[in-house]
Design a binder for this molecule. Structure first.
Ligand code: CA
Length: 501
């Protein structure tokens, strides 16, 4: 199975590794893969005339908020990157103080079972920006490094309507700061995808420290489409830009998408934050804790700006993380969840999520039913009073009736994941994880750490989940570009797991 898959995707088999050898082998495979030859593939180009007309018609079907006395709420959507599930106080950390994220959680609803649609950065972002399973337009894998993304023209299908498109059309001022990772060419740029303003970078990672050498546009820090020199620690700069955006637009409804690259690699912190952890001896751990502390300060600065302009009672704030904390960095903690980034076990896809909307949602709430990053799009539109045309088919649910208690059922019957030969489905308390033909079945209510595989004991449930997964897969498109199979391969319960990115 792996062999066939790898060959069909232009890759090669590089042998399995024992868990104990994983770190060294991963490092070797990583360096190999960076030099690997990319197979040729078609560029995802601009929309043709007919497609552009269809998208325009779809956007014109969006109904602006009805004239009401109340101004529609502002929306601040904060996204963290590669944050460990248990690395904030709100989610149980005892070693990294995060008072601002904790306060945000206390002011609204904290989700215990929030999922993203992928266990790596760019497909997860494609899902949440489009409100649709990213596999619907073939966005199964990461777009790869910035140079490859640029050269091979990968990105979020221009036909996809983004949350920013909708809010812009609905009369909101839309601004983004931070990491985009949905394509580097001009037609994928945030300014082409519904954002009025952009500060940040288009690639998947960036140093947090001022750049010493000239970078190509596709990997540099940009203000809109122009490279800028940024002297500040990047997490501070992203917060600063958001605070200024809020100040500029305080008198009109605004949407601020704040996509921190913290705490993604490189693990780099500035002295200000490192000094907060004098007792941590491991330099890498100390830097990671410091980066997380910087992220928390940044969240605090944004919340303070809302308060300063007396906007906190009319602003919906969402905090989410794009995928689980990686295992290979050895500094994140996903608590009791199994494994992390690049896996479809809980550590890879279950993430911290908070929604705060003072006056509309009770403070101090905890919501335990499964929700998805796909829910952000319809929830924000509902809060804004924007009516979406029926042709715009979203995969998520408006969470507001569930959070206010109007609807006591579950927002989702099932949630699905696919990453090459790795697939998963959650249906109620049951979770099926597949690596090729191998199946794990877990009862997440009794076994949130996914320790006991019930696949052999519960054949009926296994079959039901398999069937649901197959049905879902039929609706999806094949990957629009290949992953790099076997870049990283580890043995899980005696089974080879490809960490496709
Ligand atoms: Ca990430």
């Amino acid at each position: 199975m792996f062999d066939r898959y790898a060959k069909s995707m232009g890759g090669r088999i590089l042998g399995t590794v024992k868990p104990g050898q994983a770190i060294l082998t991963i490092a070797l495979l990583w360096s190999f893969a960076l030099n690997a030859q990319e197979p040729a593939q078609a560029v995802i180009g601009k929309l043709n005339e007919k497609e552009a007309a269809a998208k325009k018609l779809l956007l014109e079907g969006i109904k602006n908020p009805e004239k009401i006395d109340e101004r529609p709420p502002n929306v601040v959507f904060i996204l963290a990157d590669d944050l460990g599930y248990a690395d904030t106080g709100a989610y149980g950390s005892k070693s990294i103080p995060t008072p601002h994220i904790d306060a945000l959680a206390r002011s609204g609803v904290r989700f215990t079972d929030a999922y993203v649609t992928a266990s790596s950065c760019s497909p997860s972002r494609a899902g949440l920006m489009s409100g649709r399973y990213q596999q619907r337009f073939g966005f199964e894998f990461n777009t790869s490094g910035a140079a490859i993304t640029q050269r091979l023209g990968r990105g979020l299908d221009p036909a996809a309507v983004t949350l920013a498109d909708v809010l812009q059309r609905g009369g909101y001022s839309t601004g983004m700061s931070g990491k985009w990772h949905l394509g580097t060419r001009d037609h994928f740029h945030p300014r082409s995808r519904g954002f009025d303003e952009f500060f940040g970078f288009l690639a998947g990672a960036h140093s947090y420290l001022p750049s010493k050498r000239k970078e190509p546009v596709y990997s540099s820090i940009l203000r809109d489409r122009k490279t800028v020199k940024e002297p500040a620690y990047l997490t501070d700069a992203i917060a600063r830009e958001t605070v200024r955006f809020i100040a500029r637009h305080k008198d009109e409804p605004f949407f601020a998408y704040v996509a921190f690259n913290a705490v993604h690699t490189p693990i780099e912190a500035s002295k200000k934050y490192l000094d907060r952890f004098p007792g941590v001896g491991n330099a890498r751990q100390k830097a990671y804790n410091a980066m997380t502390s910087a992220l928390d300060d940044a969240v605090g600065a944004i919340l303070a700006a809302l308060k300063k302009h007396k906007l906190e009672n009319n602003t919906l704030v969402i905090f989410l993380n794009d995928n689980g904390g990686p295992v290979y960095t050895r500094v994140q903690s996903n608590g009791r969840l199994r494994l992390g980034k690049l896996f479809l076990f809980e550590g890879g896809i279950r993430v911290p999520m908070i929604i705060s909307w003072p006056g509309k949602l009770e403070p101090g709430g905890v919501y335990g039913k499964p929700v998805s990053s796909l829910d952000v799009f319809p929830t924000v539109c509902a809060a804004a009073g924007i009516q979406l045309p029926p042709e715009l088919k979203l995969d998520g649910a408006d969470l507001l009736p569930y959070l206010t208690g109007k609807n006591e059922s579950s927002p989702h019957e099932a949630l699905f994941w696919s990453n090459g030969p790795n697939r998963a489905v959650r249906l109620g308390k049951w979770k099926l994880v597949k690596a090729g033909e191998h199946s794990w079945l877990f009862d997440l209510e009794k076994d949130p750490g996914e320790k006991t595989n019930l696949a052999k004991q519960k054949p009926g449930i296994l079959e039901k989940l398999e069937k649901a997964l197959l049905q879902w897969q039929k609706e999806m498109k094949p990957p629009a570009w290949p992953s790099k199979p076997n870049r990283r391969k580890v043995e899980i319960d005696g089974v080879a797991w490809e960490m496709n990115i």
